[in-house]
Design a protein around this ligand. Sequence first.
Ligand SMILES: Nc1nc2c(ncn2[C@@H]2O[C@H](COP(=O)(O)OP(=O)(O)OP(=O)(O)O)[C@@H](O)[C@H]2O)c(=O)[nH]1
Ligand SMILES: [Mg+2]
Length: 383
Amino acid sequence: MSLERNEKEHTKCLSDYVDVPVLTYDSIRKKVLELYVERVQVPRTTSFMKDEGKRIAFRYMVKAERVFQYVVTNLGKVARLPPIDSLNPFYAELLNIATNGGYEILRKQAALAVKVIAGLWKEYRERILNAGESAKKYSVEFVGRTLSILKRKVKNLEATKNIAYVSRGTPCIDFEKPLIIVSGMPQVGKSTFVSRVSSAKPKTSPYPFTTKNIVLGHINLGNDAFIQVMDTPGILDRPINEMNEIERKAIAAIKYLKAVVLYLMDPSRDSYYSFDSQLVVLKTVEMLIGGKEKIIVVFNKADKVNEERLRECTQIVNKLGYEKVLTMSALYGTNVWNVIWEAIKLYDAIYGTNFESILKVYSSSITSASTSSSSSSSSLTSS
Ligand SMILES: Nc1nc2c(ncn2[C@@H]2O[C@H](COP(=O)(O)OP(=O)(O)OP(=O)(O)O)[C@@H](O)[C@H]2O)c(=O)[nH]1
Ligand SMILES: [Mg+2]
């Protein structure tokens, strides 16, 4: 395993790497104008006292220099954003989604603009200082040209807002701890499940796309051990290239994270989306992961489905190659810990880890949790 890959695997927070100010051309222009009109104190040395031309030149050099420093400092932060392919691919994809694929271009345009403005300043600094009483002309010219470079060369500065938002809003993932991704169509009960078993309490409601972002919860097993459970937005039964920004965040998690995926389905007859649509999305998830091995199909809402319907739906899913289908009611807490248990067993089998042994230590509380009803999540402490 290369060093670079190792580093990627230890990445925890996107905000450790991506720290950018929120900038727009207008906000920079406004600040530049403010800086430019601020008073400049000219030193009271003899040469300045005697020479009016020098005093004027110095004043306008300082005004322009302030503008230069401000623009280059802020634009420099954009230019120094890490290259997209140096980031964990999941984080990279979230940034791509947020910037409509414009992250790399923005970074490069900012770097180029910094270079051009720095060159321009070198030239203008001398020119202003040597211009005596005409210094103002060159000083103003420098500011004008700087703003013009900014406008022409950095097309999508507004994207810094989305980059900052994603950077601050993306949960920190511990790439060395087990991760269970909860996926499925909208309204199958993903958030209800995640809030039932983990520390995260995402909003739940009877409307699709209640969850719009990735949410990470923890199941704390004590002694620094924990399981990560990720709530994801719902995915619709349509081609990936037609998916909206919200769905694409779920796709990014499923596609790029080292995890097992719980595919939640609602087998009830009045499910928000038909069972057939949910099967189509299951295929999409399979395709993203490149197989069935990491997927566990879970029928949720068992409380409102009769035995016959459960059997019928189980057979359909069995025929697709999923021998085992789990059943639970996230709303009432029935079987939820069994689902976590099975997910960890699968995680161990795939990644050669032994987190099940840690879980075993807590097995008594998990067992009692799975048999109790609404208070089931309290048996495990949540971080
Ligand atoms: N009867 C029953 N209802 C459930 C169960 N789990 C969730 N629900 C209900 O189903 C609705 C949707 O639940 P959510 O947890 O918000 O579903 P989601 O999959 O996160 O939905 P999106 O965020 O839109 O993708 C809510 O009204 C829940 O109360 C369950 O086990 N049984
Ligand atoms: Mg949700």
